[in-house]
Design a protein. Structure first.
Length: 521
């Protein structure tokens, strides 16, 4: 039972000796050696435990038998750790015996002590080969100074291996503080600040830091707006509409958007757009028609893919900004990979090829994620050609991948959004609900710092925002008068969100306090 005077904190949960030892360790690590020594003297608490001090004395004096005995007597140490520490000690012992010409002693240690350790045989063989192959001249040059330095290094290595309380885990105070900060961020439903968190007070972001207020209404389209997507650098927004056009909008420094190019050329409504990773090119998918490639700077069409009967459902870029992939709802067309000049590089098609509803490529170019036959998700590893299939119970209408390529979300007409991990470690998805979706294609997106949030359109004319750790929405944004088809979060301005609606408008959303809008470099 701990004495109350040995405990700290309002709840008496902190052991005083441990607390002081960790502070002393931190002071030494920061280079405040005098302060650390004074704290040891004043508190009567030594940073180094009695066991480690004994080991230190034995190692610095070359008392290898004593050192081995001490390690064998240490309590609460698992066998694997004990074997690893003994191996390091024997390695130093062998080197010094050989350096002094005591070959027989070295051979004895290698045969009778090192060989009996339960460590990987390759480590033992490597040690024997490296030491016994050293030239006599090299060993003879290892003087006392070098030996002392090697013993000091051995102590440092042991310090990292030995368990507490024999040693204090490396950078322990930093780890504890960082864990607290991480916990604050994880519990902050509205975290949207890139500024370092202060230690002076508990952290909690206000809801007015995330985009909840309409800051601008864009009225450049003459019919329903079906799709919006910010460029990767956050400097542009592309939109597409039932009016058969796409528009490139420029994001100004003050956060306002202005029309840059109106892209004319499609004969049917434009249902989908995709930015190249370098943001110099834009793809637009016509509804049941061709795919077009545009130059962002000039607004000119550089290439048209497919013919009038090529039914394109979605498209995506590879990281090199040179190759694209698109999927068709026509099973005979399948999935095609092209370069920017229209040369077919690869194709997945055939009689049994299911129709493609949506697809995406992860930011590292490693995976191709495809939505097939309404309810099936296929994740193809492009290098190994291995595939994983996920079957949903309800029809999927859209797909979106997180910025880091580790997660993706799908909208279902069951009025749920499911988040899956790309690596396939999850048996079931995280689920988000609250929005309305029964009849139409509704698209969602990741957003905020480190893709902390998920946003989605809805058939009830509202925009919904979730924190990824919470299945219920934290904000519901009103303003549109008809179905919100798509949303896009600015990847460089985590407090800017756009939404596209059947009411012919695009809304730009920002924080309730406009002066708090920031841009990530």
């Amino acid at each position: 039972m701990e004495n109350s005077s040995d405990l700290l904190g309002s709840k008496g949960l902190i052991k005083k000796v441990e607390f002081v030892r960790i502070i002393i360790q931190c002071l030494y690590a920061l280079g405040y050696n005098k302060s650390a020594s004074l704290l040891e003297l004043e508190s009567g608490i030594s940073f180094k435990s009695a066991e480690f001090q004994l080991l230190e004395s034995q190692i610095l004096n070359g008392d290898w038998d004593g050192c081995v005995s001490t390690l064998n007597l240490l309590k609460d140490m698992i066998d694997e750790t004990r074997e690893s520490t003994l191996f390091l000690v024997f390695r130093q012992c062998l080197l010094e015996y050989l350096n002094c010409g005591q070959d027989s002693l070295a051979l004895n240690v290698l045969r009778k002590q090192v060989a009996t350790l339960h460590v990987e045989k390759c480590k033992v063989h490597s040690l024997a080969n490296s030491l016994l192959s050293l030239k006599d001249a090299e060993l003879g040059l290892i003087d006392d100074t070098i030996v002392h330095d090697l013993r000091r290094k051995l102590l440092t290595d042991l310090e990292k291996l030995l368990p507490p309380p024999i040693t204090v885990p490396e950078r322990r105070l930093e780890h504890l503080v960082e864990s607290t900060l991480t916990s604050w961020i994880d519990s902050c439903m509205y975290h949207c600040s890139s500024n370092p968190i202060s230690l002076y007070e508990d952290h909690c972001c206000s809801h007015d830091l995330i985009p909840t207020k309409t800051t601008q209404i864009l009225t450049g389209h003459k019919n329903e707006v079906w799709f919006v997507q910010f460029s990767n650098n956050g400097e542009y927004l592309a939109s597409s509409s039932n009016d058969c056009t796409a528009i490139i909008w420029k994001v100004l420094e003050d956060g306002k958007l202005t029309l840059k190019h109106s892209l004319q050329g499609h004969q049917n409504p434009v249902s989908f757009v995709a930015w190249s990773p370098d943001d110099t090119k834009l793809l637009t998918c016509g509804n049941a028609e061709v795919l077009k490639l545009w130059d962002v700077e000039t607004g000119t069409c550089k290439h048209t893919f497919g013919s009038h009967d090529f039914v394109v459902s979605s498209c995506a870029w590879f990281p090199n900004s040179k190759n694209i992939v698109c999927g068709s709802s026509d099973a005979e067309k399948g999935i095609c990979m092209w370069d920017c000049d229209g040369n077919e590089l690869k194709a997945w098609r055939g009689v049994r090829m299911p129709k493609v509803l949506d697809l995406a490529v992860t930011s590292d170019g490693e995976y191709l994620i495809t939505i097939f036959m309404e309810k099936e998700i296929r994740i193809l590893h492009l290098e190994t050609n291995t595939e994983r299939v996920i079957s949903e119970e309800h029809p999927i209408t859209s797909l979106s991948v997180s910025g880091d390529g580790k997660f993706f979300i799908v909208n279902l007409n069951s009025q749920e959004i499911h988040m899956w991990d790309v690596d396939g470690k999850w048996d079931k998805p995280l689920r988000y609900h609250g929005h309305k979706q029964c009849k139409y294609v509704i698209r969602s997106c990741f957003g905020g710092l480190n893709s902390t949030f998920i946003a989605s359109g809805s058939e009830n004319s509202q925009v919904y925002i979730w924190n990824r750790r919470n299945s219920k929405p934290i904000e519901v944004l009103s303003g549109h008068t008809l179905t919100v088809n798509c949303v896009s979060w600015n990847p460089r301005r985590p407090q800017m969100l756009s939404s596209a609606s059947d009411d012919y408008t695009i809304r730009i959303w920002g924080p309730s306090s406009l002066k708090k809008i920031m841009k990530l470099e």
